[in-house]
Design a binder for this molecule. Structure first.
Ligand code: F6P
Length: 359
């Protein structure tokens, strides 16, 4: 029976992380009589052996708190900057894992963390992970925690932008996070009634968007809200990147924010004044939604049970109302894009939203 577990949070912080730490920690302590320690600042703290004891005191009063009490970082075990070099620190990490006589290590993170956790599992550690990210891009789970909170924040922002766009007869282009996928922009755009929604999965054509906005203008609606995912890409830019630079540069082009340029081009083509709002890290900050607290508590407590059952090398996923475990090999290095036949895309088109293409 596993007796001692370590927990770390890695990657961008996400609302619900503390709810997951609390759920896992309390279940491990009280249900399964384990000892629990936390490592600070992700894999960096595990490598540097910086710990925090997780007990009744430290696990109390954190359920509704945003961020992570453990701190986080984007450090990778096998490629960690040390001074001016980048080094493989997995041996040191394994040493610290053994030093604390850990029976399991729980890594809570997004896509990158699943990959890093697999590296540690391959090294011989008993690793289990939980999926979190506001981007909702982890495969083999219905949803990740953090997504619902960010969705609420971005939707609320679109609601607020409507009244000012309407008053000034402007186009407001609102940039929404999501890295290389469009779940957040699509969800918030649909919930907030954006007139245009642009996601990385559907490269956009500026003329098509301008025409949709002018069509609204002609029908008496002299303002428009454009919800653009940070990873959305202009079809023309994508084509020229493909021609000039090949596939590698193409993925880099997807990361360059084209939001300011898009707003300028729309202003020129429609002759409507345009403004840009970049929601940025506001979408990750503050109190988790009730749904994220429930999801994180569910996944966290289930994780303690899977540890008791020695179900290692796995990610705990949510499927409907239940949890299940998925092999890390099936998750690592994968990204969940919006399928082009997804019902949210269909719903957006059916309510007359322009998705930047001719679909
Ligand atoms: O993965 C979460 C996320 O917020 C993405 O949506 C965004 O692209 C990225 O993190 C920003 O990362 P950082 O906080 O390191 O700038």
């Amino acid at each position: 029976m596993p007796k001692a577990i370590g927990i770390l949070t890695s990657g961008g912080d996400t609302p619900g992380l503390n709810a997951a730490i609390r759920g896992l920690g309390k279940a491990a302590l009280y249900e399964y009589d384990m000892e629990v320690i936390g490592f600070r600042d992700g894999f960096r703290g595990l490598m540097e052996n910086r710990i925090m004891r997780l007990d009744n005191r430290t696990l109390s009063g954190i359920l509704s708190l945003g961020g992570t009490i453990l701190g986080t970082s984007r450090d990778k075990p096998h490629r960690m900057p040390i001074g001016d070099k980048v080094q493989d620190m997995t041996d040191m990490i394994y040493h610290n894992y053994q030093k604390h006589h850990l029976d399991a290590l729980v890594c809570i993170g997004g896509g990158g963390t699943q990959k890093n956790a697999l590296k540690l599992a391959e090294k011989g550690m008993n690793v289990i992970t939980l999926p979190k990210t506001i981007d909702n891009d982890v495969v083999k789970t219905d949803v990740t925690f953090g997504f619902d909170t960010a969705l609420g924040i971005a939707t609320n922002a679109i609601d607020r932008l409507h009244t000012t766009a309407h008053s000034h007869h402007r186009i407001i282009v609102v940039e929404i996070m999501g890295h290389k996928v469009g779940w957040l922009a699509l969800g918030a755009g649909l919930a907030g009634g954006a007139d245009v929604i642009l996601v990385p999965e559907i490269p956009y054509d500026v003329e098509t968007i301008a025409e949709a906005i002018m069509q609204r203008s002609r029908s008496g609606k002299s303002f428009s809200i454009v919800a653009v995912a940070e990873g959305a890409i202009n079809k023309k830019d994508l084509e020229s990147a493909e021609k000039k630079e090949g596939r590698k540069k193409q993925s880099e082009a997807c990361l360059e924010s084209g939001t300011l340029k898009l707003a300028q081009e729309l202003e020129k083509l429609t002759r409507l004044e345009s403004r840009v709002t970049i929601l940025g890290h506001l979408q990750r900050g503050g109190t988790p939604s009730a749904r994220d607290r429930v999801l994180a508590s569910h996944l966290g407590t289930a994780c303690a049970r899977y540890i008791k059952e020695k179900n290692f090398g796995k990610m705990v996923a949510i499927r409907g109302e239940s949890t299940e475990v998925v092999a890390l090999e099936e998750v690592a290095g994968q990204r969940k894009y919006i399928p082009l036949d997804h019902p949210w895309l269909d719903a957006a088109r059916k309510v007359g939203t322009c998705l930047g293409d001719n679909g």
